[in-house]
Design a protein around this ligand. Structure first.
Ligand code: FAD
Length: 390
């Protein structure tokens, strides 16, 4: 039997980042990934400015940015086709741009870094886990069993690790998501786009290359019971002149990726000898493009806490769980607020029109969404700009 300090289940951004940071700090880490080769993901592939800052801080930015495109802001289009262009704020610690990050290139870059740092990576392994004499033991066919002190579940929204630990909760208001990369009809500008429809369905567009866009549609699952995923996208493209000008209707025969549910909830993010990171530790909705950033920062917080508190793992993991809950709370409130707005077209229209009145307010708003500053500080900035204009 192989022994390790930490066993990581899942080789997406959260798992690879956790494994890399721990191995770099001297831990013995084994990572198991269910796929033999990392697959394409249903993902908008946008990383917010705070995510770019985090990559810079841990020394991973140059490696990840190599295949990426800088995004300078977001274009938002309301149900009544009101269009607002925003720019990420300049005068803050986070950079004034996010990234369009093709996947699985991002995932592969992080996994490769983990391997180089000494992580033992086992691809094509979905381990069975049990606790034996105070250790987590992982077994699988054709796989040397591993016994580890700490287990990290980084296995995504449908985390079997969270379920096995008794931490997962039923999702509240679940939506379905469809994703496809398409050639664009015109050269794309370096701005992400969010198109909201009257029934709360939305389409995110990420210009991953000058001539290619990543299209993600998020809708109530009932919509996909009545129609095919290709028809669902084409119907929405036809409803928006902005989208129709950018993307041709999908021909028959293309196969968009689809996923359900597009959210995950957990009771808490750790037990006394196991922790959850990334989507496995909770995910609200793709609307604000939080997922990759959350995968990176939860990995960073867990690895930092564990390395500092290795002599008292239960306390270190309890600290991580508290921090995860605290950081999530403010953002969750904001996301719930956005969800409420986009399900009421008159409200979404009014807010966009209000933001349009002052560019600085609109840019501060997108700074909150992009995590350029915490929501409270962002709201103060908005209030400051609004007062200054009186
Ligand atoms: C439609 C849509 C659009 C999105 N757009 C964006 C966006 O623009 N920006 C953004 O930041 N986020 C976006 N997200 C979210 C983002 O994709 C996720 O938050 C991110 O991938 C989370 O990374 P992760 O490592 O936690 O999980 P994942 O990327 O899901 O990786 C989990 C890994 O665990 C593996 N695994 C699962 N079970 C096991 C097991 N039992 N054993 C071993 N391995 C296992 C899987 O194969 C997978 O490789 C979007 C999500 C959706 C649905």
């Amino acid at each position: 039997m192989k022994t390790a300090d930490v066993l990581v289940v899942g080789g997406g951004p959260a798992g690879s980042m956790t494994a890399w940071l721990l191995a770099r700090a001297g831990c013995q880490v084994v990572l198991c990934e269910a796929h033999a080769v990392l697959p394409a993901r249903v993902c908008g592939m946008y990383l917010c400015p705070a995510g770019v800052a985090l990559l810079e801080r841990v020394g991973m930015r140059a490696r990840v940015e190599a295949g990426a495109r800088s995004l300078h802001g977001m274009i938002m289009v309301s149900p009544s086709l009101h269009r607002l262009e925003t720019r990420f704020p300049r005068d803050v610690e986070a950079p004034d741009h996010g990234l369009a990050l093709p996947r699985p290139a991002l995932d592969n870059a992080l996994l490769e870094a983990a391997r180089e740092a000494g992580v033992v990576v086992r691809m094509g392994v979905r381990p069975a886990l049990e606790r034996v004499a105070g250790r987590w033991v992982a077994t699988a066919p054709d796989f040397e069993p591993v016994a580890a002190r700490v287990l990290v579940g980084a296995d995504g929204r449908k985390s079997s690790t969270a379920r096995m630990l008794g931490l997962s909760l039923p999702v509240r208001r679940s939506r379905a998501a469809i994703h496809i990369d398409r050639p664009s009809r015109q050269a794309t500008s370096p701005f992400g786009q969010m198109h909201v429809f009257a029934d709360g369905t939305y389409i995110g567009v990420n210009p991953i290359h000058a001539d290619t866009v990543n299209v993600s549609l998020v809708c109530d699952p009932a919509e996909l019971r009545a129609t095919s995923v290709v028809e669902a996208i084409n119907r929405r493209l036809a409803l928006s002149p902005y989208l129709a000008a950018l993307i041709e209707p999908l021909p028959d025969g293309v196969r968009p990726g689809a996923t359900f549910p597009a959210s995950a909830r957990v009771r808490r993010a750790a037990t006394e000898d196991a922790a959850l990171v990334g989507d496995a530790s909770g995910y609200i909705d793709p609307l604000t493009g939080e997922g990759i950033y959350a995968a990176l920062w939860t990995a960073d917080e867990l690895a930092t806490g564990l390395m500092a508190g290795w002599s008292d793992v239960p306390a270190a993991l309890a600290g991580y769980a508290r921090m995860r809950a605290r950081r999530q709370r403010a953002k969750s409130l904001l996301c719930e607020l956005f969800q409420t707005c986009i399900r009421r077209p008159w409200l979404a229209d009014s807010i966009l029109q209000l933001l349009s009145r002052q560019q600085a307010v609109a840019d501060s708003f997108i700074g909150i969404v992009g995590n350029s500053y915490p929501p409270g500080r962002g709201l103060m900035r908005i209030a400051g700009h609004a007062l200054a204009s009186f």
